[in-house]
Design a protein around this ligand. Structure first.
Ligand code: DC
Length: 213
């Protein structure tokens, strides 16, 4: 069984997907981590992003995902890929066809013969158009920026709300307007707006739909 969870940055997708996978005893697969791992490789090697340079890098890159962790060339890079520099690079490289093909093939392979909750941008539209359940989780841009701002503040990272809002806007623009597999709600996905819901309420809502359905 496959549960696809898509939506923009900061809507609470991964938190919801993780809780849901625990509750259902399904495997959780974070597809954003795959794009982030590749972005991290570009970042540490100071690679100037273009289709050519990314294609070259991709030829010598191994990406794996298991035990809820992302591996880049056999190294667990889970702890290095969540900062804002990497977010922007991940969003930029994810527009290339060659990158998307590699990630989509990997995602399909990982989910073979398993029960999974997979989150991303194109899971319900491209990776698994026949998923058993599809959810599209969203929230207003301002509330997404506010949540991200609070999270960074809690971690002791100094940043302004306006900078966080600008970053979220830039990523939304990139992800929703790229030519290949843009961020888009599948016609048959159930829309969950978390602007006025906390995470637990969102999970409860999804679980009741998944279990009742
Ligand atoms: O979900 P995330 O913020 O970790 O994803 C990082 C970037 O990766 C996101 O800005 C766009 C890209 N991405 C994608 O294009 N397709 C996916 N299925 C998941 C992520």
């Amino acid at each position: 069984m496959i549960i696809a969870i898509d939506g923009p940055s900061g809507a609470g997708k991964s938190t919801v997907a993780k809780l849901l996978s625990k509750k259902l005893n399904f495997e959780y697969i974070d597809t954003g981590a795959m794009y982030r791992a590749l972005a991290y490789k570009a970042y540490i090697n100071s690679i100037k992003i273009s289709e050519k340079t990314v294609e070259r890098m991709l030829c010598n890159t191994k990406i794996d995902y298991f035990n809820n962790s992302i591996f880049l060339d056999d190294e667990n890079v889970e702890n290095y890929i969540r900062n804002d520099n990497i977010s922007i690079i991940a969003s930029n490289i994810s527009k290339f066809q060659i990158v998307r093909k590699k990630m989509v093939d990997l995602q399909r392979l990982i989910a073979k013969n398993k029960n999974v909750v997979m989150d991303g941008r194109d899971i319900g539209t491209v990776v698994f158009p026949n998923a058993d359940y599809k959810f599209f989780i969203t929230a207003s841009m301002e509330i997404r920026a506010k949540r991200r701002y609070e999270e960074l503040k809690e971690k002791g990272i100094s940043v302004t709300y306006d900078k966080v809002l600008d970053d979220i806007k830039a990523r939304d623009e990139n992800d929703a307007n790229r030519k290949i597999s843009p961020l888009k709600k599948a016609d048959d996905a159930i829309l969950i707006d978390t602007t006025n819901l906390d995470i637990q309420e969102a999970v409860n809502k999804i679980i009741s739909i998944a279990l009742e359905g």
